[in-house]
Design a binder for this molecule. Structure first.
Ligand code: NAD
Ligand code: DAU
Length: 351
């Protein structure tokens, strides 16, 4: 029996990951999910696992050492997967402080508690691992040429990416200093089910379904490398089981697209499905401050060393994703209303 402590498991990637590991090995794992349930955390994402005996949810903050200590007292945690974060770049530009707290101090609190329970004299107990879920955004921005490798220098531009880069360096320092068993993963942009509609792809879908304008920042030609969340989950699982301790692994989709290409693609697929949407919904708005131009990942290391390659093409992944949102309109209506609409209207009215 392997015991996981998943942080931020009620968010987009965390909830997909919990479902992924239960689908893979239902009986052989115990999963403790600690989540603060911020605006981005949603227990509806976990309905398929909530009644399992080997799943336990704890509402809590990764900055709270006492609650973490209680978890480690009650469970012999083998693997921590740290998804918990403030994850939205635009929100970090509006107010960086919570990004610094959760993403940096929260990670350090988790590291300290796990070190306390995992370390005996100079060694760490066998089979323990701390996985830091990081992002390609720590590398900054590319021009037309080149790719981020694990050796690319860190050069973050937003308060969000700077907080993630800081956390990465702290995690690395626990390996360098204490030989703490860690891996860091740096993935490109994810899409798929249960993604909060402040992020580009669910925002486009939500706005199309509600006949709202689709705000495209700047000239719409910024490039992101898109990966379906199921593929990201599989890559994380490989890193947990086969990743060499102390190593960083980039995870990419080999799927570079301009933002406006994504917008037009979604509109065309929805149109083909009979929905009345058109490119007239597109509105070019003021650019994001410090907007990174292009992200592109070199995934050679994870491919050659751990055997990972994405299984879903962009077209299949997008079709699957669009169908999920169309079939789960109630989910989208629920998360895409109330507080989110206040944020959305205030944010876009300012642009
Ligand atoms: P998300 O915003 O959807 O989910 C974050 C979750 O963390 C939420 O459930 C939230 O309630 C929880 N949380 C926030 N602060 C917390 C705290 N202090 N204590 C406990 N829980 C807290 O984010 P996501 O898109 O699922 O991203 C998950 C991780 O993956 C993040 O670390 C992010 O940096 C990283 N990442 C995301 C992407 C992407 O495309 N979304 C790509 C690469 C890496
Ligand atoms: O690259 C990985 C990162 O991807 C993760 O670390 C972050 O947590 C995640 O939020 C995501 O960051 P981005 O900033 O790339 O994602 P976002 O969906 O916010 O924006 C994608 C692109 O679309 C970006 O170039 C900005 C643009 N955009 C975004 C929104 C919300 C628009 O043009 N209009 C919009 O309304």
């Amino acid at each position: 029996m392997k015991t996981y402590l998943i942080t931020g498991g009620a968010g987009f990637i965390g909830s997909n990951f919990i479902q992924y590991i239960f689908n893979k090995s239902r009986e052989k794992i115990l999963v403790i999910n600690i989540d603060k349930l911020t605006y981005a955390g949603n227990l509806d994402n976990l309905r398929s696992v909530e009644s399992l005996e080997n799943y336990k949810f704890i509402k809590g903050d990764i900055c709270d050492a006492e609650i973490l200590q209680e978890i480690f007292e009650n469970f012999d945690i083998d693997c921590i997967v740290n998804f918990a974060a403030e994850s939205h770049v635009d929100r970090s530009i509006e107010d960086p402080s919570i990004f610094i707290k959760t993403n940096i101090l929260g990670t350090q609190t988790l590291l300290d508690i796990s070190k306390k329970y995992w370390k005996i004299n100079d060694d760490f107990r066998e089979g323990k691992k701390f996985i830091q879920i990081s992002t390609d955004e720590v590398y900054g921005s590319l021009g037309k040429e080149g790719y981020f490798t694990e050796k690319t220098s860190i050069d973050p531009h937003s308060p969000y990416s700077a907080s993630k880069a800081s956390a990465d360096l702290i995690v690395k320092s626990y390996y360098d200093t204490y030989k703490m068993p860690i891996n860091i993963t740096r993935c490109s942009n994810n899409y798929g089910p249960y993604q909060f509609p402040e992020k580009l792809i669910p925002l486009i879908i939500n706005n199309c379904l509600n006949e709202r304008y689709i705000p495209v920042y700047g000239d719409g030609k910024n490039i992101r490398d898109w990966l379906h969340v199921e593929d990201h989950c599989r890559a994380i699982d490989l890193v947990i089981n086969k990743g060499v301790i102390g190593e960083v692994y980039n995870i990419g989709g080999n799927n570079e697209k301009e933002n406006v290409q994504i917008v037009k693609y979604i509109i065309s697929v929805l149109k083909n499905k009979g929905l009345s949407v058109s490119e007239e919904l597109i509105r070019y708005v003021e650019d994001r401050k410090g907007h990174d131009r292009r992200y592109a990942i070199d995934s050679t290391k994870i491919k050659e060393n751990l055997g990972f390659k994405p299984s879903l093409s962009f077209e299949d992944g997008m079709l699957k994703t669009l169908e999920w949102y169309l079939n789960n309109k109630m989910w989208l209506d629920k998360v895409g209303s109330g507080d989110y609409m206040n944020y959305y209207e205030k944010f876009y009215n300012k642009r």
